[in-house]
Each structure stands twice: as C-alpha cells, then as structure tokens.
Design a protein around this ligand. Structure first.
Ligand SMILES: Cc1cc2nc3c(=O)[nH]c(=O)nc-3n(C[C@H](O)[C@H](O)[C@H](O)COP(=O)(O)O)c2cc1C
Length: 334
C-alpha cells in the first residue's frame, strides 16, 4: 500500500503518508499547552501510525488571536509546554509540525482587545452580525506581521518541532491577502496580480528560511482557491503554489474555501483533490490533500491517482483515536 510508504521531505523522513491535519482543540485558556492536549496528541499518534501530525493553529501575536482558548506561539514563555508536547509525540514515533496563524479580520476585538486588521476594509466571511469593518494594514504593519511569523517560527524550532506550517487558508489573514474577494489593495501586496496577492507569503517564507536554515521544514496550508464566485480560482491556486515553492516551501498542504474547508458542492473524499493534482503537476515538492477521508482505501485511492503525496484525516481521527492504528494494520494485511 502506498499509504505505508515512507517519504523524505526536505531533510526529514516521515514513516508513512498519513497526516493528522491541524484541528483547534480549544484547550488553552492561557495560551499554554496543557497536559490534556499532550495526551490528546499522543493518543491520536497511534504509536506512530500517523506519520506526520500538524498541531492546531497557534497565534503569532495577541492581535492575531482567533479564539480565547487558542494555543499561543507569541511569547517565549510558551516554548516549554510545546517542548513537552513534541517530546511526547516523538516518543510515539510520529513527526510533528506546528501550524501558526494570524486571524486578520476574523480576530475579534473582545478576544484581542484591539480592532481587527486586514488587507482592506472588507468584512470577514466569518464575521458575526456585531462585527465591524477591519482596519486596513499599512506596509510597515505588514512587515511587522511577517516578523511576528518569523519570531513564532523560531519558537517552534526552539521547542523541537520538525517544522512549521503557515496557515494560509480558511479565510484567515494570509488567505485574506490571496483572495480577490477580500484584498482590494492596489500596492505591492494588492489584488493586481497573483504575485502581489502572494507577496506576504513569499516574503515570510524567504525570511523564515534565512533565519531557520535548511534542516527545518517550512510548510504552507494554502487556500489557493476560494470556491466562491469572484474569488481565487484553480488557476490562481496553481500559480500561487509555484510562487510558494520558488520561495522555499518544503511542503504544500492544499486546502481552500474562504469560509472553511467543508465545501457543500464537493462530496468526494479528498475534498481538494482537483487542486492537489494540478499543484502536484506544477511543483516538485510534496503535496497534502485533506477532507472527508474516512477509510484507508479512500486515502490509498488519492495517492494512487497522484492527487497528493500525503493524505490528511481529521474528523475520522477525532472520532476514533485508534483510526490510524487500524488503518495501518488493515493495510499491512494486504
Ligand atoms: C474541530 C476542528 C478544528 C479545526 N481547526 C483547524 C485549524 O486549527 N487549522 C486548520 O488549518 N484547519 C482546521 N480545521 C480543518 C481541518 O484541518 C480539516 O481540513 C477539515 O476538518 C477537513 O478534513 P476532515 O474531513 O478529514 O476532517 C479544523 C477542523 C475541525 C473539525
């Protein structure tokens, strides 16, 4: 079975093609990793049956917090807790990378204590009725956010993670820059070209690579297609993916949907398979596809069809913590 085959990504070897995608647990009231979270990740690793775990979105700054119970990567005091999580997961035999995020216009003032920011004064598709228009970022502020991502990635490395993942999907800040629905700027970060819409990504990736070296994985969860009229298209997704790869990304975790990854029009397992296949043909770095996979056979079919190099399984693994172990045992019998 392809699902059981190891893969080298950058300088990191991953034991198989099964990925646990990032899923917010809401278990960090003070931003620090809790023993409950460590137990949750250890349990889902299935003794290393999940080759690569990607931990839930961690905020890069107070301004970028999405929820009051979100884990943080914004200050050095959180590193110790993350280190305990990484050691426990490594002991199980899984690799683990940490997703980092800025919520942009999806951040709420009642959580952050400050007005939400965004590429342009356009309401987040995730906004509630009471939310106000976000404040457009200046170029200096964009550069500061890029630095916040680099500082957070340095903490991720200090905690011992195998890599970092920039959250660039599901309507959060980096996705807001890439989406013509939300980015109305006319400057170098604006909506006039895919290069400009991707600039915050490419600048951040280059800065991270300079500061973190080549041994450390840099992944991007890329929501390159909005699946919404007027939004970014499949072609934009492929062009954007090329730019991210050229900037030094090691791994592309393809997702999408400006309001989140559950698309009502796609019911086939491996929701972003079409984008995954097109991106795989355009770049020579590995690609993850996630969404709606509930059996090992479905994951295997995605790999066989060359729609992805790795497959994410989220809710099925949440529901049944032994899912990965069972899937790997089932595939051993074939
Ligand atoms: C409870 C929950 C929390 C999630 N949190 C995140 C997150 O922190 N970052 C992210 O990129 N996606 C997040 N997602 C999306 C998942 O990573 C995944 O893309 C989605 O659940 C579809 O895959 P599945 O059908 O295998 O669950 C979350 C999904 C769920 C169900």
């Amino acid at each position: 079975m392809l699902l059981k085959e190891p893969i080298e990504i950058g300088k990191i070897r991953i034991a198989n093609r099964l990925v646990m995608p990032p899923m917010h647990t809401g278990k960090s009231p003070d931003g620090k990793v809790t023993p409950e979270q460590i137990a949750y990740y250890v349990r889902r690793s299935g003794g290393g049956a999940v080759g690569l775990m990607i931990t839930e979105f961690a905020a890069v700054s107070r301004q970028g917090r999405a929820t009051p119970v979100q884990v943080s990567m914004a200050e050095d005091s959180v590193i110790e807790g993350h280190r305990a999580l990484v050691e426990a997961v490594h002991q199980e035999g899984s690799r683990v990378i940490c997703q980092i995020n800025h919520a942009g216009s999806a951040a709420q003032e009642k959580v952050t204590g400050m007005k939400a920011v965004a590429p342009s004064a356009v309401l987040s598709p995730r906004a509630g009725k009471e939310d106000e228009l976000p404040r457009p970022l200046s170029v200096d502020e964009i550069r500061k956010i890029e630095e916040d991502f680099v500082a957070a990635a340095q903490r991720v490395k200090a905690a011992g993670y195998d890599g970092v993942e920039i959250h660039g999907a599901h309507g959060y800040l980096y996705n807001q820059f890439f989406s013509p629905l939300l980015n109305r700027r006319r400057d170098a970060y604006g909506c006039d070209s895919v290069e400009n819409r991707a600039r915050i990504f490419t600048e951040t990736i280059r800065l991270m690579r300079e500061s973190l070296g080549t041994e450390f994985l840099i992944a991007v969860r890329f929501g390159g297609c909005d699946y919404t009229p007027g939004g970014s298209t499949l072609e934009d997704c492929v062009s954007g993916a090329r730019l991210l790869a050229e900037a030094g990304t090691d791994l592309l975790d393809i997702s999408g949907g400006i309001c989140g990854p559950n698309l009502k029009d796609v019911t086939r397992p491996g929701t972003f398979w079409e984008a995954g296949r097109a991106v795989k043909q355009a770049v020579d770095i590995p690609v993850i596809v996630t969404g709606g996979v509930t059996t090992a056979d479905q994951a295997e079919a995605i790999l066989r069809a060359e729609e992805a190099d790795l497959v994410g399984v989220g809710r099925a693994l949440l529901k049944d913590p032994d899912w990965a172990k069972k899937a790997m045992n089932a595939s051993a019998k074939r």
